[in-house]
Design a binder for this molecule. Structure first.
Ligand code: SF4
Ligand code: SF4
Length: 247
């Protein structure tokens, strides 16, 4: 006896759109963000809080782009493509804004690269070089933040944190532990482990090290590593995110 074919849900229809990024004509799915489209087409847009495979946070604003007809720049990571968009990624205004954002990040906490274990392997440092930030024109806050070395394997230095929340998102969305979270508002924002307990006392942390690998600065490091060993490897995130979606 033959059985009728099992009913399958039709795949959701996603329209293809065409748009222009700088001088390039590109095609994309209407669900793609401008940042994803640019990356897929080899067009560089600076970003810091964005990481492929994690949810979009849109906080750092470094990936701002201009869209014809829009009065203000928008963040490329959280804006989806629409048909006929004309996008500029690198105008004089955007370069000015990006440099100012980086200066504010450097002034907010104590990013003294010469005494940081991630010197030479830091996305913040790389972005400063890329965006021509050779000095800071605003007063440094010189606030003192704590260093938590209570974990057997890892250390968090809040002086180096840019509150990008990559650690929060990877721990929640990929590892499923949700050890990290954010406490406070504005300039008093700080990442915390569990209910602001020392990381070494955490009952939820599995010591997987994912948060350390995705941290763009020297805020999260593996203990006992020298500056030359601090290259981070975050390319596992999209793969694990795909695997989790399939479960
Ligand atoms: S080591 Fe793993 S479980 Fe622990 S805080 Fe980092 S990502 Fe979360
Ligand atoms: S500790 Fe690192 S990954 Fe976490 S928010 Fe700070 S800079 Fe980002």
């Amino acid at each position: 006896m033959t059985h009728p074919p099992a009913a399958t849900n039709p795949a959701p229809k996603v329209r293809v759109v065409t748009l222009k990024i700088d001088d390039h004509d590109v095609g994309a799915r209407e669900t793609d963000s401008i940042l994803e489209i640019a990356q897929a087409n080899g067009i560089r847009i600076p970003s810091l809080c964005y990481l492929d495979g994690l949810s979009t946070w849109g906080a750092c604003r470094l990936c701002m782009v201009e869209i014809e007809g829009f009065s203000k720049p928008v963040s490329a990571c959280s804006t989806t493509a629409t048909e006929g968009m004309k996008i500029t990624t690198n105008s004089a205004r955007l370069k000015r804004y990006r440099r100012m954002i980086l200066e504010l990040l450097f002034a907010e906490r104590n990013h003294v690269c010469s005494v940081c274990v991630s010197n030479g392997h830091c996305e913040l440092q790389d972005l400063a070089a890329e965006c021509g930030m050779d000095h800071v024109r605003v007063p440094y806050r010189n606030a003192t933040y704590t260093i938590d070395s209570s974990h057997d394997l890892f250390r968090v230095d809040h002086n180096r944190c840019v509150v990008c929340t990559r650690c929060v998102r990877v721990c929640d969305e990929i590892e499923g532990a949700h050890t990290w979270d954010v406490m406070g508002r504005g300039v008093n924002c700080q990442v915390i482990t569990d209910l602001n307990q020392p990381w070494g006392d955490s009952q939820s942390c599995t010591s997987c090290g994912k948060c350390v690998q995705v941290c763009p600065t020297g805020a999260l490091v593996k203990k006992g590593t020298a500056a030359g060993e601090m290259e981070k490897h975050d390319d596992f995130v999209p793969y694990l995110a795909q695997m989790r979606k399939r479960q």
